[in-house]
Design a protein around this ligand. Structure first.
Ligand code: NDP
Ligand code: MG
Length: 382
């Protein structure tokens, strides 16, 4: 790498956070300056013992209060310290890998402080895309996508000029229920929904992949990251998750990025960009047959997709509302208090009932988030 990077990993104990630490293990020049976690404090301390960061942030004071942190790092307790480490003068890159709305404030702070942001937390752009892009324009912060599809688009889009982009083809594995009939989906269990065919991920994003709300969030994420109209985004089902997305240019040439499914590769690219270096990801084995299938998505069986396009077009507070409704509905589903198909139905209804705000402030986003979560309680069975 041309320049060593000191990284703050927000959400180090999660699926993306752990993969990022694997990348750090493999690559010289990446140094962990700070890590954060919420409930998995044993793991957080193990990570601190191995990577010797300067700071460890435990965001939940109630669990941290009783915990014996055996680390030489300075331990900061409370969610407000996510901003402290995101803006620390010795940090070059902030990896935003907290899940959900909880990741917005610290990601926004990192951008406002002019840090390079390696962004896994797609909810940040879904909820506050307008705030993040305005802050990046003001501070000069670079935002590098970690989401595999957006990393692929970022890599492919450089093959032409931005004005020459005709459309973005966002690939989707289709999740575990791609072949299910509509009537079969109502009764799917938590275990079935968490069993993703190609990716091993956190629980929330696994359920989002099963409803295809994940793709809906990614449509909105792509709109903000690449400053592209939602009408230029198309979703393509690609079962094998080998091609991670594509860009078609004005001459109808389509560029794709492909690699075996492994989040460590897009994480690494975001941390080492603009350099490419050898890391933990493996390459394709073309000594065995490989198959690449594509098919259009079924908007009837996966109504989340239309919701994603709608929110991407309308903008304003609608992203905050759908995101919060979805987070609360997924939590209720995981607690077995809401049926699988009600997740997206509830999001649709909450979106239709909300008081639209075209240019919400951060505080208005927080209020919209709270309101939408409250609305979901009406759907929950005791
Ligand atoms: P996980 O649930 O595995 O990890 C979430 C991380 O955030 C953990 O470190 C967790 O701490 C921490 N956390 C949870 N709640 C809070 C909170 N309220 N405040 C502060 N920290 C909190 O999620 P993933 O790693 O799967 O996903 C992270 C983000 O990356 C999501 O936005 C997801 O959409 C995105 N993403 C994930 C991919 C994947 O392959 N997993 C792929 C592409 C994007 P603890 O565990 O200690 O409680
Ligand atoms: Mg993705």
């Amino acid at each position: 790498m041309t320049q060593p990077q000191r990284i703050a990993i927000l959400g180090a104990t999660g699926s993306v956070g752990r993969s990022a630490l694997d990348v750090v293990r493999a690559i010289d020049g990446l140094e962990v300056f700070a890590i954060s976690g919420r409930s998995q404090l044993d793991l957080l301390v193990q990570q601190a013992q191995e990577f010797k960061p300067n700071y460890v942030v435990a965001v939940d004071p109630s669990s941290a209060a009783k915990f014996d942190f055996q680390t030489s790092a300075e331990v900061l307790i409370g969610a407000e310290h996510l901003k402290t480490i995101a803006c620390h003068e010795e940090v070059d890159t902030v990896l935003a890998s907290i899940v959900g709305f909880a990741g917005l404030e610290s990601a926004l702070a990192a951008v406002q402080c002019g840090k390079r942001l390696a962004l896994a937390n797609k909810e940040t752009l879904v909820v506050g895309g307008h705030l993040i892009t305005a802050a990046a324009a003001a501070s000069g912060s670079e935002i590098l996508p970690v989401d595999s599809e957006h990393s692929a688009i970022f890599q492919a889009i450089g093959s032409g000029k931005r004005s020459e982009v005709k459309k973005i083809l966002l690939t989707a594995s289709g999740g575990p229920f791609l072949e299910f009939r509509a009537d079969e989906m109502h009764g799917v269990t938590v275990e079935q929904a968490l069993n993703h065919p190609t990716w091993e991920m956190g629980r929330k994003i696994s359920v989002d992949s099963a409803t295809m709300m994940n793709k809906a969030l990614e449509i909105i994420e792509a709109k903000w990251l690449f400053d592209i109209s939602p009408d230029q985004i198309e979703v393509v089902i690609h079962r094998q998750s080998l091609i991670h997305s594509m860009v078609t240019f004005a001459d109808n040439s389509t560029m794709a990025q492909m690699s075996p499914p492994d989040m460590r590769l897009p994480i690494q690219y975001a941390l080492t960009w603009p350099d490419r270096v050898a890391g933990p990801a493996v390459d394709f084995d073309f000594s065995v047959a490989q198959q690449f299938d594509f098919q259009p998505p079924d908007f009837d069986r996966f109504p989340a997709l239309e919701l994603g396009f709608e929110v991407a077009r309308v903008g304003g507070s609608s992203g905050a509302v759908v995101n919060a409704a979805n987070e609360a509905a997924v939590e209720a589903f995981l607690d077995r208090k809401l049926s699988f198909t009600d997740i997206v139905s509830a999001c649709r209804e909450v979106l239709e009932q909300h008081n639209f705000e075209s240019h919400p402030t951060f505080e208005q986003l927080v209020a919209a988030d709270r309101w939408a979560r409250q609305e979901i309680t009406k759907w929950i069975t005791a």
